[in-house]
Design a protein around this ligand. Structure first.
Ligand code: DLL
Length: 427
């Protein structure tokens, strides 16, 4: 972790980024026919890209490009130099296959170890890793990062939740790594087992891989009496480890900018947006060998800031992802992200952090149904609560769900393995 530049200055960081960008563009051009073709088409001579400000001239790389080049058309090295393969957890179509050389794995370990360090994990801590092991990058990514840091890893993988609770208690796990929805499920399972989740020794939950609003984080922290630290990443760039919050501020995720260069663009026009404005995150790898990526459109919506952070890191921070550009629900002409509904309904203390959104088409009309769970032991006036929530949705989001149902605690299905699904769009 000595070479991280996280605590130097923006000028030192910028020099490193420029140097690595020049190498990456030239390397991609020379080793990946796809990049040679797209750069030639855009009339970009790799030698003209001298600094990150020149990135704007480069064409984007998209998910469709990954699909078209499936499985290994974007690889820049021969098979013999590939040490590991992972794949994205895409729900539709073919997965995106991603590759790592030995040096890529070293970078990944380094950014993951830094992420753990930023989260306040120490070498003498025990880290229970409940991200799925396998093609998904969560399991092995967190595993290697914790080892690199020098911590003890318990590779529980996802699922078998009662055993997670027992092991956390018996082996005195200090940190739990998992999706935010799974962290809540661990808490619920503990309760079912007669174990107070707040009594579990966990002091940190490193969550990520799916969106998590601030009220959801508060719920995780409250239920498990632990600090929740958000992680962001994607297979196409490396996996987890692209950005992480610091424990000091918990206010935006520090992008590991010496390896991944972030931009935010208007999702419609592709024009770069100024700092602070929300748009689609575009990332360029600055050190990847097996799979360099130039201006990859992540589809994730966020905003960037270089405001000072109390932790002393000088890296750009990104906001929590509010949704994916392709998650946008257009309901009767109103644009809506599932996370907006989540943020509104979780303001209500009587609503548990589990919900589902169903969309149907009736004739030419959209029908929106929201199902919410009540907290355990709710004995208030259900109808009154329902009306209050409906009012709030109307005022805050200008939507009036056709159905708003409050169901008993535990009635909605939980996700034990993989990413939680909350939206069912059947239109
Ligand atoms: O989900 C990598 C990861 C694993 C990140 C564990 C953090 C923790 P993929 O399966 O390729 O990789 O999915 C990447 O997941 O484009 C986002 O849409 C979403 N995502 C990842 N982290 C967050 C987050 C891993 N903190 C896709 N908030 C990304 C919201 C996230 N969405």
């Amino acid at each position: 972790m000595t070479d991280s530049l996280e605590f130097t200055s923006r000028d030192v960081l910028r020099d490193r980024q420029n140097e690595r960008l020049r190498e990456t563009v030239r390397y991609s051009y020379e080793n990946v026919p796809f990049y040679r073709a797209t750069l030639d088409d855009a009339d970009v001579d790799p030698d003209d890209v001298e600094e990150v400000d020149d990135l704007e001239a480069l064409p984007f790389t998209t998910k469709e490009d990954f699909r078209a080049e499936y499985p290994d058309g974007l690889f820049a090295v021969d098979d013999v130099d590939v040490r590991r393969i992972h794949a994205s957890s895409g729900t539709t179509g073919k997965p995106k296959i991603v590759a790592y050389t030995e040096a890529d794995l070293d970078v990944w370990n380094e950014v993951m170890a830094r992420s753990m360090d930023a989260a306040g994990i120490e070498p003498n801590d025990t880290v229970q890793n409940a991200y799925g092991y396998g093609l998904f990058t969560g399991g092995l990514g967190f595993h290697a990062g914790a080892e690199e840091l020098g911590a003890t890893v318990i590779p529980t993988s996802s699922g078998n939740t009662r055993r997670q609770v027992e092991l956390a208690r018996d082996l005195e796990s200090d940190a739990l790594c998992c999706t935010p929805s799974y962290a809540l499920y661990v808490a619920e399972t503990a309760e079912e087992m007669g174990v107070d989740p707040r009594d579990l020794p966990l002091s940190t939950v490193l969550y990520g891989a799916e969106p998590c609003t601030e009220p959801m984080r508060e719920e995780i922290e409250e239920r498990l009496d632990a600090v929740g630290i958000e992680n962001y990443g994607l297979s196409e760039l490396i996996g987890p480890g692209v950005a992480v919050e610091c424990r000091e501020a918990q206010n935006g995720m520090h992008v590991q900018e010496d390896h991944f260069y972030p931009e935010v663009v208007d999702p419609e026009t592709g024009e770069p947006l100024p700092e602070g404005e929300e748009g689609e995150l575009v990332l360029t790898s600055l050190s990847k060998e097996a799979l360099p990526v130039l201006r990859y459109r992540t589809g994730d919506l966020t905003a960037l800031t270089t405001d000072e952070c109390e932790c002393g890191r000088i890296t750009t921070r990104m906001d929590s992802v509010t949704g994916r550009a392709d998650d946008l629900l257009i309901v009767r002409g109103i644009n809506l992200y599932p996370s907006q509904i989540e943020a509104v309904v979780l303001e209500f203390d009587d609503v548990a952090p589990h919900y589902r959104i169903d969309l149907y088409r009736e004739g030419s009309m959209d029908r929106l149904e929201v199902t919410l769970e009540l907290v355990e032991g709710f004995d208030g006036d259900r109808e009154r609560l329902r009306e209050r929530i409906a009012d709030r949705l109307r005022n805050a989001l200008s939507i009036d769900p056709d159905g708003l149902e409050l169901v008993a605690y535990g009635a909605l299905e939980r996700t034990e393995v993989g990413k939680a699904r909350r939206v069912y769009d059947r239109r």
